[in-house]
Ligand binder design. Structure first.
Ligand SMILES: NC(=O)c1ccc[n+]([C@@H]2O[C@H](COP(=O)([O-])OP(=O)(O)OC[C@H]3O[C@@H](n4cnc5c(N)ncnc54)[C@H](O)[C@@H]3O)[C@@H](O)[C@H]2O)c1
Ligand SMILES: O=c1ccn([C@@H]2O[C@H](COP(=O)(O)OP(=O)(O)O[C@H]3O[C@H](CO)[C@@H](O)[C@H](O)[C@H]3O)[C@@H](O)[C@H]2O)c(=O)[nH]1
Length: 431
């Protein structure tokens, strides 16, 4: 099928390349010139395992193309995916500016009947708004149908998730459109849930809100474990074996970050407010997560008394491992507080350092490797559970740190082993 994908970020690019891989003819459209020229030359602007290989393979087969030109991109396309960003507005709601821009561009350039498929995460009712917005700006006689197809991929394993997801959700009020999009997705071999438009939109927010709730819940239990000398890992194992609870998303730490959970939880609270409904649980989830980012600082204060002139090796800057994405990464507020309190920062990240340089304060020193970061630092603070950080030999931490102290915001090590290696160790919710 001839498909256009609008937006070549984490979602749009992965969607476009994977749809090409399963046999569709895809043209990806973006307004960012730089991204499009990089993509045309087979270079992925984002770090995602396996993505660049699939990109090059499909460019060579001419099954995926890239353009900034909407009229070329939409030409002869029966299906048009929207994957542009829906960031958080100042009041916490989802900002639909990019979606509205896309509606205008589609209306100006659409030349045939088409099915519009929204991958972007959008508040309930937005797909109806998209349809109206396109139709009210369109000049000639074409008809469109709308399908909501929320995306559930995780950054860092986006390609894997696209081929091995638990379900594909498609919602529409039009059976013909639902069937077309079901067929487009069939080659992925993933169970397809067909539903109505508004429920599909709600499924996305409810899924992210539920996962964020699990994280904030286990973080509260971890904080309590800290006060009562219980071990949150043992607790998570004990409760997770109950199939009704499940053992995933129960890793305690310094809280969730990223491009989705923070903004989507706030957006759902805002969606509730708009219809006079207070999302009490979710408000607490957000509050607990904001508080959780300070837990490591509290532990550092308790240990050092003052952070003035302390040299801190900050290990891991991205919001999670296997991505270069810095959006809502806990390293952002943490580095600000550390510098405000007079500490020096020696930062290391295997992939996200270049992106971090654009966001973190100027006076952060960036090390090329872990050894350089911890060399002569007064403590190491682990913020992202990258494999190379988890596998760094404890003896080297002991030898290379000025003072052998680790504050572990991701519970990467076994406390007993670390202490056996002669290192003072503070983690989250574990004695
Ligand atoms: N990142 C994720 O893991 C993820 C997962 C599931 C769902 N989502 C949702 O998917 C959507 C996209 O997220 P993302 O992380 O891929 O965003 P992103 O910021 O990485 O990418 C958005 C892209 O859209 C482009 N764009 C903006 N305006 C445009 C326009 N008018 N025409 C064409 N292109 C335009 C931008 O240049 C950018 O390349 C959001 O709604 C997000 O909530 C994201
Ligand atoms: O037990 C856990 C699991 C995750 N996290 C943190 O939670 C955040 C999000 O992690 P993850 O869900 O793995 O990454 P994302 O790429 O943000 O993916 C989420 O957000 C996407 C965007 O909506 C959805 O598509 C995915 O299904 C959903 O998992 C990260 O900061 C993790 O460190 C924890 O603290 N503890």
């Amino acid at each position: 099928m001839n498909i256009a994908v609008i937006g070549t970020g984490y979602v749009g690019l992965v969607t476009g390349v994977c749809l090409a891989e399963i046999g569709h003819q895809v043209t990806c459209i973006d307004v960012d010139d730089k991204k499009i020229s990089s993509l045309k030359s087979g270079t992925s602007p984002i770090y995602e395992d396996g993505l660049e290989d699939l990109l090059i393979k499909n460019i060579e087969k001419d099954t995926v193309r890239f353009t900034t030109d909407y009229s070329y991109g939409l030409k002869d396309k029966a299906v048009i995916y929207i994957g542009v960003g829906t960031p958080q507005a100042e009041d916490g709601s989802a900002d639909l500016t990019y979606i509205n821009d896309v509606c205008h561009s589609i209306a100006r350039n659409l030349q045939r009947d088409a099915i519009i498929v929204t991958k972007s995460t959008v508040p309930v009712g937005t797909n109806e708004h998209i349809k109206n917005k396109i139709m009210e700006n369109i000049d000639y006689n074409v008809s469109i149908e709308i399908v909501s197809n929320p995306e559930f991929l995780r950054q860092g394993s986006a390609v894997y998730d696209t081929f091995h997801g638990d379900r594909i959700v498609i919602g529409s009020e039009n059976d013909y459109a639902l069937n077309v999009i079901e067929n487009v997705n069939k080659p992925f071999g993933i169970p397809i849930v067909k539903t109505d438009l508004r429920s599909a939109e709600m499924i996305k927010y409810a899924a992210n809100a539920f996962l964020a709730t699990k994280i904030s819940f286990i973080n509260e239990i971890a904080n309590l474990c800290d006060k009562l000398d219980a071990n949150v890992e043992n607790v998570a194992k004990g409760i997770g074996m109950d199939k009704r609870i499940g053992n995933s998303f129960l890793n305690a730490g310094i809280g969730y970050g990223g491009s989705c959970f923070p903004k989507d939880t706030n957006a759902l609270v805002s969606i509730g407010k708009n219809v006079d409904y207070e999302m009490s649980i979710l408000q607490s989830v957000v509050e607990v997560n904001n508080r959780q980012k300070k837990v490591i600082i509290d532990k550092m204060y308790k240990r050092f008394g003052s952070l003035s002139d302390i040299s801190v090796a900050l290990l891991g800057l991205s919001f999670k491992p296997n991505t270069d994405d810095m959006r809502e990464a806990p390293s952002i507020p943490l580095s600000k507080v550390l510098l405000e309190k007079g500490a020096n920062i020696r930062a290391y990240d295997p992939v996200a350092a270049n992106n971090a340089k654009k966001i973190l304060p100027d006076n952060v020193f960036y090390a090329d490797n872990i050894a350089e970061a911890i060399n002569k630092a007064d403590c190491a603070v682990i913020l992202t559970d990258w494999e190379d950080i988890k596998n760094y030999p404890l003896m080297k931490f002991k030898e290379q740190l000025n003072q052998p102290i680790i504050f572990d915001g991701r519970n990467c090590f076994d406390p007993q082993e670390v202490r056996k290696a002669g290192i003072e160790y503070y983690s989250i919710g574990r004695p």
